[in-house]
Design a protein around this ligand. Structure first.
Ligand SMILES: [Zn+2]
Length: 252
């Protein structure tokens, strides 16, 4: 895991996670990702990821964004990174692409990573845990791919350049569409104070992304056997969007 290192010349701290792009870097990375694709083409952290099960595509899910503000260039300001989604060891897992710091063993196995962003939502759909506890309005990671990031930027543009406090009713067109939902209907925009009051919480800040994702080094991935030896085909369809070609998955 990369650690903070003070730069001797500038005195600035280098980012804790160099694979996680922010601000201008993040927007630049989106542009570069676009360029790459034009030219060629769960593992969970501590918080759950918001995903619509492929068997529940038609079910409406209400979510409220806690971050996501447009930059002056009209692009959404959000941390971004490259991620592999692989069927390995009996389940679908997400692995951060290590190419930013070390040659990635998964890329070496001819698997294309997806460019993804990070946002935080409140998921208003209740669910019951195994010990019969009902959880609702849980904070979750929202991990959109490029197409969804662009759709969200358009949506933010309609709401003073910000998704913060915006509630959407989301669903999926079908099981090949983005697992975070590709049909998004705006419901309302509330202030953070209103959210706190409505949901009886004082915590409406976005998740700490530096802490939420698990980064495995290239050496760790190789040691685990993830990478060139991994078959990326033949497993059952995952949560949905990754079914089909990786190029298609990357678009969603
Ligand atoms: Zn990779």
């Amino acid at each position: 895991m990369p650690v903070d290192i003070q730069n001797a010349e500038t005195g600035e701290n280098t980012p804790k996670n160099p694979w996680l792009k922010r601000g201008d870097d993040s927007r630049k990375a989106l542009a570069e990702a676009e360029a790459k694709t034009e030219a060629k083409r769960a593992e969970f952290g501590k918080a759950w990821r918001f995903m619509i099960n492929k068997n529940k595509c038609d079910v409406d899910h209400e979510i409220t964004f806690l971050d996501g503000v447009l930059g002056e260039d009209g692009l959404l300001n959000l941390p971004t990174f490259w991620e592999h989604t692989l069927y390995w060891n009996g389940r679908w897992n997400n692995y951060i692409c290590t190419d930013e710091t070390d040659p990635c063993p998964i890329c070496a196995g001819n698997h294309s990573p997806s460019f993804v962003g990070l946002l935080t939502v409140l998921d208003h759909t209740p669910y019951t845990t195994r010990d019969n506890k009902v959880i609702v309005n849980e904070k979750k990671l929202y991990v959109p791919k490029r197409r969804t990031i662009k759709a969200l930027a358009k949506a933010a543009n309609l709401h003073d350049g910000s998704l913060v406090g915006c509630t959407f009713v989301v669903s999926r067109t079908d099981e090949n569409s983005a697992s975070v939902g590709d049909v998004m209907n705006f419901k309302e925009q509330r202030t953070l104070a209103q959210l706190m009051k409505t949901y009886e919480t004082d915590d409406v800040s976005p998740l700490n992304y530096d802490e939420e994702l698990i980064y495995r080094s290239a050496a760790d991935l190789r040691e685990m056997g993830v990478g060139v030896s991994v078959s990326t085909v033949g497993g059952p369809a995952p949560g949905g969007s990754q079914a089909g070609s990786s190029d298609l998955g990357d678009q969603l």
